[in-house]
Design a protein around this ligand. Sequence first.
Ligand code: GLN
Length: 214
Amino acid sequence: MTQPATAPTPGRASREAPAAPDTRRRVGILALQGAVREHADAVRALGAEPVLVRLPADLEGLDALILPGGESTTMRRLIDRYGLREPILAMAAGGRPMLGTCAGMILMARRATDGEEPVLPLLDVTVQRNAYGRQLDSHEADLRIPAIGEEPLRGVFIRAPVLAQTGPEVEVLARDDEGRPIAVRQGRVLATAFHPELTDDRRLHRLLLEMIGT
Ligand code: GLN
């Protein structure tokens, strides 16, 4: 006898199994402005579910949050317009890991060299915006980041900040050619001056996911 046409193939078998509770991690991406879609792709590639965050209610039940790159001045205004400042800080206080990239890093700094007021003061650092000047609006560099492995990570910098100063609880994960911190971790808060979502290297997003529930 031939098998019935509906015989489950291995791939289909798992889909037809009784629905397992969805244990996928839900990772929010602040979607007010900036490089949102690429972060969503990175999150999905790692088997987690991206959730676009525009309003405080969108933060409910999230396991982690990404603050993307873009224009920090615009984002700071929208964060306040939508009432996101307090709920994001509460989420961080509740131990949910966060990753800020470029403008996201600027938003998480407690101090800025241009004297801007802090927005989400989660990192004990002083940030310097647009630190590579006009000549180097955008550039790439191979970065050594031992926390994610030996293989260098290609860093894409777009009008990127650097950290002019870091406090004692801040772990510097990577520095630029001039020795300035460009990736840091403090507790469950990660930040990069560059854009890890713009390459296929998912190791920094993976690190964020690994910090969930630690
Ligand atoms: N230069 C931008 C700022 O100051 C950040 C750029 C970026 O996120 N790529 O907000």
